[in-house]
Design a protein around this ligand. Structure first.
Ligand SMILES: C[S@@+](CC[C@H](N)C(=O)[O-])C[C@H]1O[C@@H](n2cnc3c(N)ncnc32)[C@H](O)[C@@H]1O
Length: 240
């Protein structure tokens, strides 16, 4: 098994998203939800990675500016190349989302698969910083994977195993996809680069960050979610 997931490999990262079919499953719903937001001139995308989602949202009517930020230069290089044709709309910036201040507040923040890469002790600050970068009536979209509830770190390991093993079973026969699930599980168990939590813990961070959970929706696709095990959610947050 490789020592790391896609963290140091932008090509592999793109392959996961494009071939793995599991990861972009929330996108149609997410795009629809973004389209429904009336005021969305300025979008902030922390943890934009290689710019896959950035490119998808760039063409949405009403969006005038996207500030796409990531702390990983390997991904940013790819994002800059991919997003070059949208240079009048998208700014790609190298920064840490935990400390980055936008020049002006965003109407909308979209963070896809970033929250579970933020170490536990920084998750609340991450959300708080997103709130600081949001205008008072703005919205924060968190698209991420959540594991079944737990009440101890040992139980959290079991929750991680249950969800990843479920997903692994679904892709049995496809070694590439099975390896991805295994790698994510191993990193999660090591509390290294992957820090998936339960919805209950997420809700606690939301509250501590002074935010409100406006809506929470499980993506009801058995390839990525399961009502018993959780999986992929779209959460919409707003300021209290
Ligand atoms: C799984 S990728 C998701 C990329 C992108 N949001 C997407 O959906 O395609 C997670 C990204 O978050 C970035 N990231 C993690 N912690 C960050 C931080 N503190 N500041 C900025 N980016 C961060 C990583 O470098 C990585 O590109």
């Amino acid at each position: 098994m490789a020592d790391k997931t896609y963290i140091d490999d932008a090509e592999r990262y793109d392959r996961i998203f494009k071939i793995a079919w599991l990861e972009p499953l929330a996108d149609p719903e997410l795009i629809n939800l973004i389209k429904k937001i009336k005021k969305k001139k300025i979008i902030y995308e922390p943890g934009c990675g290689t710019g896959l989602l950035t490119e998808k949202i760039a063409g949405i009517e009403g969006i005038e500016s996207i500030i796409a930020v990531d702390s990983h230069e390997i991904y940013l290089k790819k994002a800059r190349k991919r997003l070059k044709k949208y240079s009048s709309v998208i700014q790609v910036i190298s920064a840490d989302a935990l400390t980055y201040d936008l020049p002006q507040p965003a109407d909308l923040v979209v963070a896809r698969y970033v929250y579970h890469h933020i170490p536990d002790e920084q998750k609340m600050n991450f959300l708080k910083k997103l709130a600081d970068n949001l205008r008072p009536e703005g919205r924060i979209f968190i698209v991420d994977i959540f594991i079944p509830p737990y009440s101890s770190e040992q139980e959290r390991d079991e929750s991680l195993k249950r969800l990843h093993n479920y997903k692994k079973e679904l892709v049995r026969g496809n070694q590439f996809l099975m390896d991805i699930e295994e790698e994510s599980l191993v990193l999660g168990l090591r509390r290294e680069e992957e820090y998936k939590v339960s919805i209950e813990i997420f809700k606690r961070h939301i509250q501590e960050a002074g935010l409100n959970l406006d809506s929470l929706k499980l993506i009801e696709d058995p390839r990525i979610s399961n009502p018993e095990l959780n999986g992929l959610y779209i959460a919409i947050l707003n300021k209290l």
